[in-house]
Design a binder for this molecule. Structure first.
Ligand code: GDP
Length: 433
């Protein structure tokens, strides 16, 4: 009776959408615990491509219930836009399978405004969706929660207070402070839609675990963007690490069983901040183009680089990763040689640890690379590891050994069928009657 966690082991965009969707075959309940519409998970079902920002990736499996946990921040316009879009595409009953925590905070237009104004001057590379300011309101105790929307009179007072805090900032940055009415008015129809979906999701998830339902907790962003463990201040405002799953879903850490970390076969990062294995040569362009590395929310080209084993170790440590899902191996096809960062040269010598202290101090660090042979064959049809070309197999085994955790799965294309399963921790777990 436990829940399992799937999370990003890098800077996000690891292909969590596909992997969570793959594992939801074995889940009754899929819970997202943090972040907001700054995440964008891309799912490919048959030939159809769907991007979800707020909805858990499990939403495309009929029969799977999805939960928006209390650690999330919600832009209700985005949420219902997503639901309406899926229903227009012929997927009925999305809202019926969705439960929203009454404690999840709401992203309002002034959060988006503040985010945009601040990005214009400070530019840490946020998605300008208002996520950071919404979490700031939460921490300042001036946030508005989904459960507050049952009483718009109360919301009006809360908006007044929050705007009082933001007004000097908005004015100083040359923006116009919105009126309370312009915020509360458009909330009315959204409140009417969200209120029937509200529940105490901590209770719901805990009961599901107790009843033996298979609960999958889905992360957003990635470990190195974590507010506490990432490359601060170039981080997100929530907690993408496994500990965040416990807090954001409202279940005890001892209810979490398997933690699966997702990593690409190379690395990418969106926005500013340290990225020691970044490439700015033709290999970097190959990774961006072959991997279609452009933000699913913003369309921004992603920075690309070689896989960083010390960073993967770090992710293994702070999350307690039990197994890895390796994605986008096929993107490396065509590179004559592939490099993997195996250690760092720092001011105090060579280390195989991720140099988080040095990066925090802004010190230069030099990746130490191991070079491996490339391959030219397409990988999409491989069903088992032995179907891969010898050099690809060697790369996979090298990563597994270097990461120090077993590989559970290798993804060789965006589709569900383009997946090599080495070990499935969920097979054999019976669903509760
Ligand atoms: P997420 O936020 O972690 O879900 O990452 P993205 O939304 O950026 O998804 C990664 C992109 O890669 C999506 O377009 C997926 O369809 C695609 N993708 C996932 N796995 C693979 C893979 O193994 N190979 C290739 N070529 N594409 C993949």
């Amino acid at each position: 009776m436990s829940a399992d966690v799937i999370l990003g082991a890098q800077w996000g965009d690891e292909g969590k959408g596909k992997i969570v969707d793959f594992y939801t075959e074995f889940a009754d309940l899929v819970v997202r615990w943090g972040g907001g519409p700054n995440a964008g998970h891309t799912l490919v079902v048959g030939d159809e491509k769907v991007v979800v920002r707020l909805l858990p990736s499990g939403i495309l499996r009929e029969g799977t219930r999805c939960v928006i946990g209390q650690g999330m921040v919600l832009d209700l316009g985005v949420l219902f836009g997503e639901i309406d879009d899926l229903e227009r595409r012929g997927r009925a009953g999305i809202a019926e399978r969705l439960v929203v925590s009454h404690r999840a905070h709401v992203v309002l237009p002034y959060h988006v405004l503040v985010d945009t104004l601040r990005e214009q001057s400070q530019g840490i590379g946020t998605t300008k969706k208002g996520i950071g300011p919404a979490y700031e309101d939460k921490v300042r105790r001036t946030g508005i929660r989904a459960g507050d929307l049952t009483d718009l009179g109360r919301v009006t007072k809360l908006v007044e207070t929050a705007l009082g805090h933001w007004a000097p900032f908005i004015t100083a940055f040359g923006g116009t402070v919105p009126s309370v009415d312009s915020i509360v008015g458009p909330l009315e129809p959204l409140a009417r839609r969200v209120v029937p979906l509200l529940a105490d999701t901590s209770l719901l998830v805990s009961q599901a675990i107790r009843d033996g339902r298979r609960v999958l907790m889905e992360g957003a962003q990635g470990t190195l963007l974590d507010l506490d463990h990432g490359t601060y201040p170039y981080v997100t405002s929530s907690s993408p690490v496994s500990g965040g799953a416990s807090v954001g879903a409202g279940v005890g850490p001892n209810r979490i069983d398997t933690v699966i970390g997702i990593t690409k076969a190379y690395a990418t990062r969106v926005g500013a901040g340290p990225f020691p294995t970044e490439l700015e040569d033709s290999d970097g362009i190959h990774l961006r183009e072959a991997g279609a590395e452009f933000g699913s929310v913003t369309g921004r080209p992603r920075r690309t680089g070689w896989l960083d084993l010390p960073a993967l170790h770090y992710a293994g440590r702070v999350n307690g990763i039990d197994g890895l899902a390796l994605t986008k191996l096929d993107v490396l096809t065509g590179l004559p040689r592939i490099r993997v960062c195996v250690a760092y040269e720092t001011r105090s010598g060579r280390t195989s640890e991720f140099p988080i202290v040095e990066l925090d101090r802004g010190e230069a660090v030099m990746p130490v690379y191991q070079e491996l042979e490339g391959w030219t064959e397409a990988l999409g049809n491989a069903k088992v590891l032995d179907d891969l070309p010898k050099a690809a197999r060697a790369y996979v085994r090298f990563l597994e050994e270097g990461a120090g955790v077993p590989l559970f799965l290798v993804s060789v294309g965006p589709r569900r069928r383009e997946t090599i399963v080495l070990h499935n921790p969920f097979v054999g777990r019976a669903a509760a009657p």
